[in-house]
Design a protein around this ligand. Structure first.
Ligand SMILES: *[C@@H]1O[C@H](CO)[C@@H](O)[C@H](O)[C@H]1NC(C)=O
Ligand SMILES: *[C@@H]1O[C@H](CO)[C@@H](O)[C@H](O)[C@H]1NC(C)=O
Ligand SMILES: *[C@@H]1O[C@H](CO)[C@@H](O)[C@H](O)[C@H]1NC(C)=O
Length: 297
């Protein structure tokens, strides 16, 4: 064993340490706040904007007025991932508005994993609506109230999508899991790459109290804010080469993650205390029997 390093080895180490330090500094400065890198504004004619906050953090704001809503999408497509974003929903009177944040493959027989936030009058609770489409087939709606006011602060909304299940999280608490039950003949989204999409739009025909409360346009513009988009734990799909950045799946533990007993208990807690609607208990809607994924294994 050699105890002395020669000059060139030392220099190399110093260069490497310097490089690592600069990289960490860049990560500290730009962090997850680098929305420009990951997201692109796609519509709204100037109503969607990237702005800096007091801490130099990037915030993307989507706005809606009488003439138009606005939206963005991820630059990347993904085939599986754990993707987080922080959202602060429209404050005050947001009745009639919907803020949607979802993964979708678009097109015919699309797969989709949806968060939709249905606005409400000042002081009345937002509804978080979730749904999953596999090969064009949705009809898996659930709705909950949140256990906090989602318009006061940013909160983290995450989608974990892997070959075993789709799990929706709010601030790290799982609120819904859709298991891969292909063995029971239930289609599961796993063959189509998806992109993140988000938009704010007017839906006063149905969104608030089933459409009874209309959008009050004198409160416009309605603005939802986004920050800290994080797709570092996602497999980026390149369609030109049909290849995924996760070629050796075994190294990513999130790709094998499913809920343990305490995660399942959290979902039960959400369902017991905050659930408004669950397609899995809607026997009127499915008079010939509930969908197969609704019965326990
Ligand atoms: C709005 O508030 C009313 C009254 O609390 C409630 O019934 C409804 O579920 C809330 N949310 C929506 C989207 O209608
Ligand atoms: C609509 O908003 C305006 C401005 O805040 C308010 O004066 C008015 O009362 C609201 N209208 C309704 C129907 O709530
Ligand atoms: C269950 O999973 C959660 C989240 O992944 C983890 O933090 C926790 O330690 C696990 N609990 C048990 C009892 O394994």
């Amino acid at each position: 064993m050699r105890l002395q390093k020669d000059g060139s080895e030392m220099r190399n180490e110093i260069i490497i340490i310097g490089f690592v330090a600069i990289c960490s500094l860049l990560v500290a400065v730009f962090g997850d706040g680098d929305l420009d890198r990951d997201l692109e504004i796609t519509w709204g004619d100037g109503r969607a904007r990237m702005v800096g906050d007091n801490n130099n953090e990037q915030i993307l704001k989507l706005s809606l007025d009488r003439d138009s809503g606005s939206g963005f999408q991820s630059k990347n497509q993904y085939l599986f991932g754990k993707i987080d974003v922080q959202i602060k929903l429209v404050p005050g009177d947001s009745a009639g508005t919907v803020t949607a944040y979802y993964l979708s493959s678009l097109g015919f027989a699309h797969d989709e994993i949806d968060f939709e936030f249905l606005g409400n009058l000042s002081g009345d609770p937002y509804v978080l609506h979730t749904n999953i489409y596999t090969q064009g087939q949705g009809d898996k709606e659930q709705q909950i109230y949140l256990w906090f006011d989602p318009t006061k602060n940013f909160h983290t909304y995450s989608i974990l999508w892997n070959p075993l299940n789709v799990i929706f999280y709010v601030d790290g608490t799982p609120i819904r899991a859709f298991k891969n039950l292909e063995a029971r003949g239930v289609p599961f989204p796993k063959n189509q790459a998806m992109r993140i999409y988000s938009s704010i739009y007017d839906a006063d025909q149905w969104a608030t109290r089933g459409g009874a409360v209309k959008t009050n346009w004198s409160e416009a513009p309605f603005i939802a804010s986004y920050r800290n988009f994080n797709d570092r734990h996602a497999c980026v799909w390149t369609s030109s080469s049909s290849s995924s950045s996760c070629s050796s799946h075994h190294q990513y533990s999130w790709l094998r993650h499913s809920l343990n007993a305490s995660g399942e208990a959290m979902i039960k807690w959400v369902q017991k205390n905050f659930m408004i609607y669950n397609y899995c208990t809607d026997t009127q809607r499915f008079p010939h029997g509930l969908p197969p994924e609704c019965s326990s294994p």
